[in-house]
Write a protein of this length. Structure first.
Length: 369
């Protein structure tokens, strides 16, 4: 029997529909399988990270800046599925060593170390590596130790930014430098950066550094005593003060305030602490150096997880700590003045505008007399 053209067309379309449906189903099956495999891979990675425990040994939590580091680092590590155990020694070397031993005994997979004393912390590194636990030196370099990686900001650049700001504002006069503690390698690097800028002015006779002193343990009371001594030794004839961080800058402000000089002698600091920023707005401080703690903690968390898994991290830079050339990750600091607070600090969410611009009831942290 001969089939009509209409019947042939219907049969052809039916065959094509079945073929397309089969092809589509096959495509959908492959697509679903791809997404399923991708999800399994992500879940496997999460499960793998869940088994990891990162130890964080901190010098102190007594400063606003370090509280932010702790909170943001823990958040970043937990977002990657791992866990963090935090210990803070509050400036006690023996306690930090004991706390690190506890972390090691708890079976951590990697230790992130913020040393109080750059030399004493080498003991911690030795104990960790005896247990085959890798160590990341976080923001402060551990000296004479076989650390696996160093992640920080360019601390020499911080000093350069401070001195450049001050020399533009005060190209001639008597300068005071209030440094950090001699036990902190960062304090030495910042000082080197400051003097690399000041030295030509000193040689020309335009700038005289009339007082230069370390601040033991970064304590504001020690910085305040130093500033009082500087004022007394120079009959209050001070034109500029470079302070190692905003906490010491606040102590300097208080010492100047006692002599009726607050707001008259410019001060620079670093860390972008809230009180430092409030002083910048009110005219008590001219500049701070902002270090994006969010960027630092996220980088450190990512590297810590990868190293804890056994991955080798390659970097473009190294720094010699007296023992070895340590693979190094450097982030870039930023100078912050009244003119760029909004596009730096506020835009990053580091501090809120309402907090920065509020009227200060106090100019600084409480500092014991």
């Amino acid at each position: 029997m001969k089939k009509s053209p209409l019947i042939l067309v219907v049969l052809f379309n039916l065959v094509m529909l079945i073929g397309c449906t089969s092809s589509t189903d096959e495509y959908n099956d492959k697509s679903d399988r791809f997404h399923l495999e991708q999800n399994f891979a992500e879940e496997d990675e999460g499960v793998l990270n869940e088994a990891l425990k990162i130890g964080l040994s901190m010098d102190t939590l007594e400063e606003e800046r370090w509280e932010k580091d702790r909170d943001m680092f823990v958040e970043a590590v937990e977002a990657l599925g791992a866990k963090v155990e935090v210990k803070a020694a509050n400036g006690n070397d023996a306690l930090q060593i004991a706390q690190a031993e506890t972390l090691i005994s708890q079976g951590i997979d990697l230790l992130v170390l913020v040393p109080h004393n750059a030399e004493a912390a080498a003991t911690i590194v030795g104990k960790a590596q005896m247990a085959e636990i890798p160590v990341i030196s976080y923001d402060r370099l551990v000296k004479n130790a076989n650390i696996d990686l160093y992640v920080s900001f360019d601390n020499e650049k911080i000093g350069i930014l401070q001195a450049e700001t001050m020399t533009e504002l005060v190209p001639k006069g008597n300068y005071v430098y209030i440094g950090g503690p001699a036990t902190d390698n960062n304090a030495h690097l910042m000082r080197e950066g400051v003097y690399s800028v000041l030295q030509p002015f000193i040689e020309q006779g335009d700038i005289t550094v009339v007082y230069d002193q370390w601040t033991d343990a970064w304590l504001p009371i020690n910085a305040k005593l130093n500033m009082r001594a500087a004022l007394k030794a120079n009959d209050n004839n001070i034109d500029a003060v470079i302070a190692a961080n905003d906490a010491t800058a606040g102590a300097v402000f208080e010492a100047l305030e006692e002599q009726g000089l607050a707001g008259k002698v410019p001060i620079v600091g670093q860390d972008a602490e809230l009180l430092g920023l409030q002083r910048i707005i009110s005219g008590g401080q001219v500049m701070t150096v902002y270090k994006s703690i969010k960027s630092l903690t996220e980088q450190a968390a990512d590297i810590a997880i990868r190293m804890a898994r056994g991955e080798t991290i390659e970097t473009n830079q190294t720094i010699n700590n007296g023992k070895k050339d340590v693979p190094t990750v450097f982030l870039t600091p930023v100078a912050v003045t009244k003119d760029n607070i909004e596009e730096t600090i506020i835009a990053d969410g580091f501090h809120q505008a309402d907090d920065i611009y509020q009227t200060e009831s106090t100019s600084n942290n409480d500092i014991n007399e």
